[in-house]
Design a protein around this ligand. Structure first.
Ligand code: GLN
Length: 288
């Protein structure tokens, strides 16, 4: 079978789960992964015949995709901020919204007074796959990055991702709702993409997210959607250096609530930013 026909099989088989364009992207990513070809080479070879081994592997992937299992978990890998990350069901698949957050932070850090000369200490809270600290490390060698997560299984993956990408990040197991004293240190920047989907929003979510991704990384109780934001804000108010910054990824429905909470707690210059889909998605605040 030629690669172009394999793409068509993916689109037809997955039509109840993904629209045509998504299914085509999934097919192409799977072909790149299985053949080891880069995108340009893979597109140039679409009319070539796939080897038995490659088509066998691709139809095995397709069989798993049909159950709703996300491609990244099937192949064990996800792209984020131009880097490769190992992923398992113990961690959330890194999202494009979070790439936007990293890009925003990278821009801001470079504007810090004395950026090139000074040490910049960063803490990521609820790191999951480690995608935020590992990708932030490319901003500059003077970044000293620590990251915490409540999940030991997630931290194992995050450590592998730091190794794969040749960066040094200090990972610790800790729960921000009950933080260990050793993480209470002065930081220049604190970032978090905590769980923020309310239980009542579950019903509108894709089955492949609900069934396969870790619920502890996603959900918060309906009666306290800002649970993690308040705890992180309190921690950050004490542990950020003068002029330090706090960055959050947020639920699009709670932009105002999170901004107001930060202002009430004494943070200044609270800025709400939309993602590429025009949804309130990120917040920064300063500790003056
Ligand atoms: N953006 C993720 C999603 O839509 C949620 C991430 C989170 O809860 N922190 O599934």
């Amino acid at each position: 079978m030629i690669f172009r026909q394999i793409e068509t099989s993916f689109i037809e088989t997955l039509q109840n789960l993904y629209d045509r364009e998504e299914a085509l992207q999934i097919a192409r990513y799977a072909i790149e992964h299985v053949t080891g070809l880069d995108k340009a080479m893979m597109l140039a070879k679409r009319d070539d015949k796939a080897s038995e081994a490659h088509s066998g592997r691709l139809f095995n992937v397709l069989g798993q995709l049909k159950t709703g299992r996300p491609l990244q978990y099937i192949i064990g890998e996800a792209d984020f901020y131009g880097l490769k990350f190992k992923v398992t069901e113990a961690v959330l698949i890194p999202r494009p919204e979070t790439e936007e957050l990293v890009a925003w932070i990278a821009d801001e850090i470079q504007e810090f007074p004395g950026f090139a000369e000074r040490k910049i200490k960063v803490l990521d809270i609820g790191t999951g796959s480690g995608c935020i600290p590992v990708s932030l490390k490319s901003v500059g060698p003077q970044l000293e990055i620590s990251a915490i997560d409540i999940s030991e299984a997630a931290l194992e993956i995050a450590k592998k991702n730091a190794d794969i990408n040749n960066v040094n990040v200090d990972f610790f197991e800790s729960d921000i709702l009950n933080p260990d004293s050793f993480i209470a240190q002065p930081y220049t920047l604190i970032v978090s993409n905590p769980p923020y989907i309310t239980d009542s929003e579950k019903s509108s979510m894709h089955h492949n997210v609900l069934q396969f991704e870790p619920s502890t990384a996603l959900f918060v109780p309906d009666d306290d959607p800002l649970l993690f934001y308040r705890a992180i804000a309190d921690f950050a108010f004490i542990n950020l250096e003068t002029n330090g910054r706090l960055f959050f990824e947020i639920n699009e429905h709670f932009g105002k609530e999170v901004s107001d909470m930060l202002s009430q707690k004494g943070f200044k210059d609270v800025v709400l930013r939309k993602d590429i889909n025009g949804k309130d998605r990120m917040i920064k605040a300063s500790r003056l």
